[in-house]
Design a protein around this ligand. Sequence first.
Ligand code: NAD
Length: 437
Amino acid sequence: MKVSIVGTGYVGLVSAACFAELGATVTCVDTDAQKINRLVYGSIPIYEPGLEAMVMRNVNDKRLVFSSNLSDGFVGQDYVVCALDTQLDSDGATDLKPIEEVAQMFGAYVNGAAIFVIKSTVPVGTAQRVRSIISDEIARRGVAVDFEIASNPDFLTEGNAIKDFMKPDRIVIGVESERGRELMFRMYRTILLRGNRQIITTDTRTAEMIKYAATSMLATRVSFMNEIANLCEIVGADVNVVRQGVGTDSRIGPKYIYPGCGYGGTLFPQDIKDLIKIAQGNDFDMEVLKAVDNVNTRQKRILFDKLSEHYGGELADKVVAVWGLSFKPETGDMSNSPAIDTLDQLLAAGCEVRVYDPVAMNTAKRRWGNVYCASNMYDAARGADAVLLVTEWRQFMLPAWDELRAVMRTPVIIDGRNVYDRREVEAEGFSYHCIGY
Ligand SMILES: NC(=O)c1ccc[n+]([C@@H]2O[C@H](COP(=O)([O-])OP(=O)(O)OC[C@H]3O[C@@H](n4cnc5c(N)ncnc54)[C@H](O)[C@@H]3O)[C@@H](O)[C@H]2O)c1
């Protein structure tokens, strides 16, 4: 099976490595020639557990190749998987031009039966639009080429991407014909064989909608629980116990109800804005999602506000350590991370900021020239008047409290992920603040 992946970013590279691991011959193309060059020489641009070894293994076995010549991705392929990033344009709508250009190139180069698979998150109706662009281009060439189109949204979570690909909760496929359905079943046959996985086959519009609805539901749970946490604090309830009481209800379940300092990444914030915009374009108001977005924006201030309250608003010249910069553990991705808002707020208030993250330090160095990038968590805390925990990396879970207290100027912990035990931390001589109790 010959698979090409157009767009070798997070989704593209993980999918490419996994398809190659399952025995397919995979060609990855990307307009970013520098990225492709680095990949050719074995340098993986993202941090994702297990990915580097899988890429190297499949490059060595010649099942995985990289090219910056885009036409390599269209000629002689059985499956062309579009995994481009989707940006918002100046009106706040999804800019579909890059995907349309790729569809046009597919139409211009495709030379045998092939299926164009859209993995990017795209507005409802995009697959149908892409089909007509491809048909027009093929007609312009005056050739007869048999092609299919499929919508196959991706549900990977950064930090767990390989497992999500190999053992998905479900695979969603939107197709327009029986042949399209058969081709997509063949593509995922190996994964479906292992462990009786669910495959949901539908039309392309419904598949496109499933992706937005799933992401929005998860973001809604997070923002809802953050609101409950903030109310718990006001009325004197303990949100950690409330979360257990809620999450053990089998109708609700325990995931995505952990209170914290807000969600980030590229997925949640952009998909929610996209869906609000899609609804607006159809004269429909997504009131719940607007509230989800607003609550999250407010939540990204919470660590700064707690610090400010602790020091009575006197933050100028305070030294503040920030533990964790990525939007979640096990990724180096800082897109829309609450750490960005928190750092900007601290710097604007005149604080001296010291940061440490196990993976995202290079991004931090490029982004802020005026913060100290520490070599480890204790180095970050040296001389600090507070430690703000933003990302719950495993290595932050069990600090040596005596060592930490010894290096800090004032022992204050602001726990943005509720990972510490208040009684333990206070018994160690720290002032402790967390979310929702
Ligand atoms: N990252 C995630 O966790 C995740 C999860 C599920 C779905 N998605 C969706 O998948 C899509 C891809 O996301 P990503 O995070 O992998 O993006 P990314 O930014 O990591 O990668 C996109 C890649 O596409 C390349 N590209 C852009 N225009 C191109 C073109 N015309 N031709 C060839 N290559 C081009 C870019 O250079 C980049 O390498 C998005 O729609 C996203 O919403 C992402």
